[in-house]
Design a protein around this ligand. Structure first.
Ligand SMILES: Nc1ncnc2c1ncn2[C@@H]1O[C@H](COP(=O)(O)OP(=O)(O)O)[C@@H](O)[C@H]1O
Ligand SMILES: [Mg+2]
Length: 300
């Protein structure tokens, strides 16, 4: 069996509204699978179905070979660790109390709790007191303890919904080190993020827009499939006035601000000479941000 998650033709409706519409994909054992999309794209709703917290309106979800049917919830719960987008730990409880609670909800024995906790504390190089109140922890440490709570029952699949939202860049980088270590411990990681630099760390990425899956693949596949012709980074020799911007835009399939530069893809590569009058031009490889803008926001 190659896939730990199989989602087939999943639909989730709230009233008449499709939060998730005919979405199909699979997650392979051992990979870091990134789930991207703007706010409201349907990522959390899909995740909640995978974790058994929201019912599918139609479609199939199979976790570690088990279909989501009544009576199988416990098998699924045992295989999945979930770190939700907002609420993860009880702020007014200590670290120890939070982890005891997480262990109880997953029927982890005291002996296994002690062993798993000690392994996971080693993983995050934990050096706080377990009696510390969660509310007193910096947000980066809170996320690490939340990760320990999600892993306390040794699930094969870890689902992390925007785990690094609101934490410092240093803590974000450290959290991704932990994610990579998890795959070495034979975990599969399913993660959503808004940060494109983080998404580049994923083995494969799925992109959602308005409840639909619009692209899936490795980072190089997404880049090559989205832009089949050369991308240029252009820097205007003088600030572009409206007329200049419009005349350049007419030559382009893509014309997006990129810091103080622009990333452009031309309709006809021969038009490069017209660009060179007004701009310094260099060839670049598309970034994941370019892919994201083109696929997710490009039609708007
Ligand atoms: N319980 C709910 N009832 C009604 N609408 C919901 C509910 N949960 C989510 N939605 C809507 O479904 C859409 C997808 O939401 P969500 O899955 O949270 O997106 P994302 O995680 O990609 O930001 C949004 O328009 C959201 O407002
Ligand atoms: Mg969400």
């Amino acid at each position: 069996m190659r896939n730990i998650v199989e989602v087939q033709n999943l639909c989730v409706k709230f009233g008449d509204f499709f939060a998730v519409k005919d979405v199909s994909f699979a997650v392979t054992y051992g990979e870091i699978f990134g789930f991207l999309g703007a706010n409201g794209a349907g990522k959390t709703t899909t995740i909640r179905v995978i974790c058994g917290l929201t019912h599918a309106t139609s479609g199939e979800v199979i976790i570690a070979g088990e279909h989501f049917i009544k009576g199988k919830e416990d098998i699924i719960k045992a295989n999945v660790g979930y770190m939700s987008q907002r609420f993860t730990l009880y702020n007014d409880l200590t670290i120890k109390e939070n982890l005891d609670f997480a262990a109880t909800t997953h029927n982890v024995s005291r002996k296994d709790l002690q062993r798993n906790k000690s392994d996971l504390f080693d993983l995050i190089q934990f050096n706080k007191k377990e009696s510390s109140l969660v509310s007193e922890l910096p947000s980066g440490i809170k996320q690490q303890v939340a990760l320990v709570a999600a892993l306390i029952h040794q699930p094969k699949l870890v689902v992390l919904d925007e785990p690094t939202a609101g934490v410092s860049p240093v803590s974000r980088a450290y959290f991704w080190e932990l994610i990579r270590k998890l795959t070495k411990m034979n975990k599969t990681v399913f993660v959503t993020t808004h940060y494109m630099d983080e998404a580049e760390n994923c083995d494969r990425i799925a992109l959602m827009r308005s409840g639909e899956l619009i692209a899936i693949g490795t980072v190089p596949e997404l880049k090559n499939n989205t832009f089949s012709t050369q991308m240029y980074n252009i820097t205007p020799k003088k600030p572009l006035i409206n007329d200049d911007a419009e005349s350049i835009s007419r030559l382009c399939l893509l014309f997006e601000p990129y810091g103080i530069h622009y990333h452009v893809v031309l309709k006809h590569d021969a038009d490069i000479t017209s660009l060179e009058d007004k701009c310094y031009v260099e060839k670049v490889n598309p970034s994941l941000e370019d892919v994201f803008i083109k696929l997710v926001e490009g039609d708007r």
